[in-house]
Design a protein around this ligand. Sequence first.
Ligand SMILES: [Zn+2]
Ligand SMILES: [Zn+2]
Length: 140
Amino acid sequence: MIKCKECGHQMSERAKLCPNCGVENDIVFCPECDKQLSSKATMCPNCGYELKKVGTQVQKNGKDTLSLVGMILGFCSILAWLIPLLGYPCTIVGIILSACGMNSNKKGFAITGLVLSIIFLVVTLINSLIGAAIGAGMVS
Ligand SMILES: [Zn+2]
Ligand SMILES: [Zn+2]
């Protein structure tokens, strides 16, 4: 346990935020040797592991893009109604991208994309089935 630098509240050193005042915990752990480090450290003094802060930032931003694209594809899946040939891949890619973006900063986009894609995928499937059923009925 450590004490919060802001309010002095006892909290786990693994907690990201202080449960009492919500201030960010700036203690991080080396992913290699698990030694306690300051968040300002760029290298672990124990094992020499380089803390690639910039790298993780880029990765997170990349996921933001995924959720945004997922949401756009979710809206595009409306096309599935009109052009199933385009709509199906659109909804499926939208679901995959949104699922990938779920743990990014833009979680809202990812959820919107996922929900829209799934709704339109189901609706288009039902639509095709009804269409097929009517078609079959007309033939027989
Ligand atoms: Zn606190
Ligand atoms: Zn280390």
